[in-house]
Design a protein around this ligand. Structure first.
Ligand code: PLP
Length: 428
């Protein structure tokens, strides 16, 4: 970021330029993989769905974060996509990590991240995982209830605790406050108990909901956190860190960041450290998936005189499209390879052409819920053996894929990098 500033380039120019290179690299990677597969002779699984990940996109998102949220040190939410190269890049960029389980903590420690850069941000923790965190020096963790305090007293009395408070997450895609967060009215009781147990409460945490859309949610949450900081001070705690959680999306990031930054400046003096737990913000756009059409059914409507088609792909909602169920996403299908040739980026603006054929797109399992798009229009014919691609498949996709029906939950990732700065950090 500093290097960018010293060249006099604006972030906007840099992002536009990088996005152009990104499309070119992703297109080349998709083409070489797809053209190398002979579906009539290939080994089982060679034609499986695969991802192309542009690590340069993750890097650009980091620059954007630093440009808009200088005060907030990001702790990447590993749950969103624990891709090893993404973790490595973020580690090199100096972010922290939000881990929710022993496996996530272990994965981050294994790449050499210092335990002080990890927050175990799960208010309801497994006992043996707390012991693991204690043994490995991962001190920062969240809590939101009295039982968790007793558990911490027993297993990790030196932990650095963050009281997670409830937020208004009604305008978010995935609501979290139904499950986690202490009501503001109960904060004082929890703090009193922590005092009695001689536990170390160092800060407040909140999460406005994943895929948040109302910037005011951040303002209210920061105000509530201030209230809890003051309560804690009156009980003799010296809180030093505020954790503003995740919930940031690419489209609304600048608006969110502006509200959050001014709320932070209004309510928290500069000596208070601020961390965040962004997940989807970093990876959503960085991953593109290519899927192969394994079967097709013709649907002729004699009354209307129309013909449409049902396409069956080799990935679906039990696989990487789990985001449709768990994350309320609507991935947009695009043609990658058809009898007309390679088509990456070709149809981007052609979706409203009137002479189009209707398709529905299905996953490979035997369950009727396994539908990716109930209706989409293509101007080209799509047949068995053709390939489709879907962009923005980096968040809450492969991490929640299953093996239902015996399909694989492990798909290749081809890495490209549209940012020389990221390539240098990774030694690519
Ligand atoms: N932090 C916590 C505690 C979460 O539960 C989540 C998502 O569920 C995140 C961070 C990441 O949220 P997002 O991907 O919306 O940034």
């Amino acid at each position: 970021y500093e290097a960018l500033q010293s060249t006099g380039n604006t972030l906007g120019n840099h992002v536009d330029h990088g996005a152009g290179i990104s499309r070119q690299l992703i297109g080349e990677a998709l083409r070489s993989r797809v053209e190398a597969i002979n579906q009539d002779t290939c080994e089982v699984g060679d034609e499986d769905a695969f991802f192309v990940a542009d690590l340069g996109e993750v890097y650009r998102q980091h620059l954007r974060w630093k440009n808009n949220l200088k005060r907030v040190t990001p702790h990447y939410a590993v749950k969103c996509n624990p891709d090893p190269q993404v973790l490595r890049l973020l580690s090199e960029l100096g972010t922290g990590f939000d881990c929710a389980s022993k496996t996530e903590i272990e994965q981050v420690l294994k790449i050499g991240v210092d335990p002080s850069r990890i927050i175990y941000a799960q208010p309801c923790k497994t006992k043996s995982y707390v012991r693991y965190a204690a043994q490995h020096g991962v001190k920062q963790m969240t809590f939101d209830n009295a039982d968790e305090l007793y558990k911490t007293k027993q297993l990790f009395p030196d932990a650095e605790l963050y009281l997670r408070i409830l937020t208004d997450d009604s305008a978010s895609l995935c609501r979290l406050s139904q499950k986690f967060g202490a009501a503001l009215e109960s904060a004082v009781e929890l703090l009193e108990l922590a005092k009695k147990l001689e536990l170390n409460v160092v800060g407040v945490a909140f999460h406005v909901g994943s895929g948040a859309s109302d910037p005011k949610a951040f303002l209210k949450a920061v105000q509530d956190a201030r209230f809890v900081f003051d309560q804690a001070a009156s009980l003799g705690f010296n809180m030093h860190t505020l954790d503003v959680g995740g919930g940031f999306c690419g489209e609304t990031f600048e608006a969110m960041a502006a509200v959050l930054s001014s709320a932070l400046d209004a309510y928290f003096p500069p000596h208070i450290r601020v961390i965040g737990e962004p997940g989807r913000y970093y990876v959503s756009k960085a991953f593109t998936i290519a899927c192969h059409v394994i079967a097709r059914r013709t649907v002729a409507d004699a009354t209307l005189g129309t013909t449409s088609y049902m396409l069956y792909m080799n990935d679906g909602v039990y696989g990487n499209f789990s985001s449709i169920i768990f994350d309320h996403q609507n991935p947009v299908p695009r043609i990658l390879q058809s009898s007309n040739g390679f088509a990456y980026d070709k149809h981007r603006s052609g979706y409203d052409t009137p002479s189009m054929t209707e398709y529905s797109i299905w996953g490979p399992t035997c369950d009727g819920i396994d539908v990716i798009s109930s209706s989409c229009m293509f101007s080209e014919t799509v047949d068995v053996g053709d390939w489709l691609y879907f962009e923005e498949m980096g968040a809450y996709t492969k991490c929640s894929a299953t093996r239902f029906n015996g399909f694989t939950d492990s798909h290749d990732v081809l890495y490209v990098c549209s940012e020389p700065g990221a390539s240098a950090l990774l030694g690519l």
